[in-house]
Design a binder for this molecule. Structure first.
Ligand SMILES: [Zn+2]
Length: 232
């Protein structure tokens, strides 16, 4: 997928914004001007003037729009939502080479509010995803107890978890332990602690093979394998 640096940054902002919502992490993380300033700082949003109380509900409203795009069934519905969002933000493409960056396009109009800026640049980034037929790369984590949003930029669109080092590993380890329990209960004769195997049955290999994820290798997990002597 051809996705330029600015689109990537805009998508990261959309994801971070979505994950401030109660739907993602169970609590409102944009709960005041201070948290809004934190959002601006960690996403390095430029051209933001002094933030006012009124910016807070405006940004939350844009966040709700992104949430609708995320859950929209079908590209037609998503396209309509995106069109409305970028139109209302007064989206105005313009070439710029600010701060020693090479020429690139900003989509927010000069003097746009933070909410308008997020809606214009984020909306356009989502528009490019729709054009590329890649809208489903914006998705929610597959962990049952996690609703965080993320953008899957992997080549084969195989990413399932928001952060492979936490949700991915957590689930892999849980699945491994469940398989171990199942194997134990199947086994007629059990010798407890008789053997420790770091070879063919090493958990990391199970994870790679069974779950098809490449980047996640559980770290710091010590598993004592309990093997049956007679499986026939
Ligand atoms: Zn997750």
């Amino acid at each position: 997928m051809l996705i330029n640096h600015d689109t990537r940054c805009a998508l990261d902002r959309v994801v971070d914004l979505l994950n401030t919502a109660p739907e993602s992490e169970g609590r409102e993380r944009l709960d005041g001007l201070e948290s809004l300033r934190d959002f601006v700082a960690r996403n390095r949003v430029s051209d933001v003037g002094r933030l006012a109380e009124s910016d807070l509900p405006a940004v939350r409203a844009v966040r709700a729009r992104f949430g609708e795009v995320l859950t929209a069934t079908g590209s037609r519905k998503a396209a309509a939502l995106i069109n409305t969002m970028v139109a209302e933000a007064g989206t105005t493409p313009r070439l710029t080479d600010h701060d020693d960056y090479d020429w690139h396009v900003h989509y927010f109009a000069p003097g746009a509010s933070l909410a308008q800026q997020l809606a214009a640049d984020g909306g356009m980034a989502l528009a490019f995803l729709v054009v590329a037929g890649e809208r489903d790369r914006l998705r929610r984590c597959a962990a049952p107890d996690c609703r965080r949003a993320f953008v899957d930029l992997s080549r084969n669109r195989s990413r399932r978890y928001c952060d492979s080092r936490t949700c991915g590993n957590r689930l892999h380890v849980a699945a491994y332990r469940a398989r171990q329990r199942a194997e134990r209960s199947e086994t007629k004769q059990v010798v407890t602690g008789a053997e420790e195997d770091q070879g063919a049955d090493h958990p990391e290999k199970h994870h790679e093979r069974r779950l098809g994820e490449r980047e996640e290798a559980p770290t710091g997990v010590v598993v004592h394998l309990v093997r049956g002597l007679d499986r026939s």
